[in-house]
Design a protein around this ligand. Sequence first.
Ligand code: MUC
Ligand code: MG
Length: 369
Amino acid sequence: MYKSIETLLVEIPTIRPHKMAVATMQTQTLVLVKVTTDDGFIGWGEATTIGGLGYGEESPESIKTNIETYFAPLMKSLPGLNVAKTMQVIKRNINGNRFAKCAIQTALLDIQAQRLGLPMSELLGGRLRDSVPVLWVLASGNTDKDIAEAQKMIEAKRHNIFKLKIGSRAVEADVEHVLTIKKALGSDISIRVDVNRAWSELEAVKGIQLLQDGGVDLIEQPCAIDNIDAMERLTRRFEIAIMADESLMGPHSAYHLAKRNASSVFAVKIAQSGGLTEGCEVAKIAKLAGIDLYGGTMLEGPVGTIASAHAFSTFENLAYGTELFGPLLLTEEILKTPLQYQNFELTVPKTAGLGIELDEDKIDCLRRK
Ligand code: MUC
Ligand code: MG
């Protein structure tokens, strides 16, 4: 039985402004969920989003309100059901709210994995790797600063693949920014761009052609979320990988995108998918459709990041690696032992559950009161 379900909003400044077409972040609001059982187990989940309502349909405040008002009373009324049955009851009674559902499911799987003494990856089908590659996102808004930042990352063996956030300037200016960085870093370094749905189809045709000719490796979410027709035409037209991010909202949309050939790569996000098991279902659909995979982030802190790593560690095909760098963008550590980033990869813990220990005193200092 569930004794308490708490939702905490934890405000942490970023190491520099993170400039995207949808929002510029100076602080990230982590949405942490702590579930405690009658027999003393504690599980953690995360439902962090980007830019309030700038990115998705759930805000930190709506997630907290909805968990406290709807999820928690429902969960407390349930007789000790397993994780799958608990999530089934939640889905039958609560529409939408994928981020909140993901956080709750993560906490329940954390508890169940601790009970069984297994890392969470083993409840998701079993890990195929003990670490996942992690790229870095250059989004300072300044070309020279981005180049210097990338060079530092390469030297420190932290990241050797970079994603550039574009879409807030004119197409020509964005292309020049990207190709200047590409030239400065050299041909060994993979450069991808995320347009965050800022381009019309005509702008996309112009921009993608120039970026493909300039040696860029991947274009993420060039057009509007619902403009699947444009995504399909662009995927057909260009050789460069076209990745669905915001358009991919779980297994149902994965199925439709796959049926339409509307992208060549899926950015799997556990929160956008509505849960860890749903993220794994998206990966299965991709596998059947011959679509490559990339492990995405909502710029979560360490809880959502390591939960994602457990899920991504089970994917057979992780051709484009991951962007699980969220905790590295934050100025404060909320774990007793930080996540382990080394040799361009993030280690997936082998201890039971998520395999992390939260610093609750630190969280208490940083949380919105
Ligand atoms: C997105 O659209 O990919 C992930 C990394 C980052 O910098 O922004 C997010 C969201
Ligand atoms: Mg994206």
